[in-house]
Design a protein around this ligand. Structure first.
Ligand code: PGA
Length: 249
């Protein structure tokens, strides 16, 4: 199974989000081995859900809170996301880690709650340019993965999606070399074995690459053994471009 996940971030207004969903519905064809997911902003989710209801496109959110109900002003309930039709939720994107000081502990709590509700988490990990320069890249990625999944319940049968997103590459227009992305995905699969049973890793873990994915580099990236799909920002905002990524897979 391969995943093409579009992260619309806060790039579109409400009307543009609904329009993009409508265009994608007319373009995207169903496929047995490729899962196409779009992650609109929280405010647009309900209406985008209606647009894509009868299409092969799945819905994801860009974040959720670690409780499903209560006095948590401004938070997004994972239960409401599931009720709206979301199947996926991005957790721990570097922009949230950077602007909202989201920690590995918060990421861990969100992942646990997502699994409990039945949402498939798309967990983002990746190093900064400085961490890459000083040679701590592999250690950083491993630590992020281990902390994210510590205390994992082995009853879980949902897919576990982890996206390697080098922070310095996001939105830069230049993806890392596919061999480097493949190496990072190998590190992720090694690290998660420390906290998740071997059988679950073998059957349920998918490693994605994210960071300036385009129709020009997707084939090269996906030719790598450990890359099970892509998490796409900029190129997911253009319906033809996003559909060409799905078709390339
Ligand atoms: P990008 O964003 O494709 O625009 O680099 C990827 C992401 O942040 O998930």
């Amino acid at each position: 199974m391969k995943f093409v996940i579009g992260n619309w971030k806060m790039s579109l207004n409400y009307e543009q989000s609904v329009n993009l969903a409508q265009k994608l519905v007319s373009l995207v064809k169903s496929s047995v081995n490729t899962v196409a997911v779009i992650c609109p902003s929280t405010i647009s989710l309900a209406d985008v859900a209606q647009e894509i209801k009868k299409s092969p496109i799945s819905l994801g959110a860009q974040d959720c809170f670690w409780e499903d109900k209560g006095s948590y002003t401004g938070m997004t309930s994972p239960q409401i996301l599931a009720d709206l039709g979301c199947q996926y939720v991005i957790i721990g994107h570097s922009e949230r880690r950077m602007y909202l000081s989201e920690s590995d502990e918060m990421v861990n709590k969100k992942i646990k709650k997502a699994f409990q509700i039945g949402l498939i988490p798309v967990v983002c990990v990746g190093e900064t340019f400085e961490q890459r320069r000083n040679g701590s890249k592999d250690a950083i990625i491993s630590q992020q993965v281990i902390k994210a999944f510590s205390g994992f319940s082995s009853n879980n049968q949902l897919p576990i999606i982890i996206a390697y997103e080098p922070v310095w590459v996001i939105g830069s227009g230049q993806a890392v070399a596919s061999e480097e992305a493949n190496h990072a995905c190998t590190i992720i699969k090694q690290a998660i074995r420390e906290v998740v049973p071997e059988k679950i890793v073998n059957d349920h873990v998918y490693t994605l690459y994210g960071g300036s994915v385009t129709k020009d580099n997707i084939k090269d990236l996906l030719s790598q053994k450990q890359i099970d799909g892509v998490l796409v920002g900029g190129a997911s905002l253009d319906p033809e471009h996003f559909n060409s990524l799905i078709e390339a897979v």
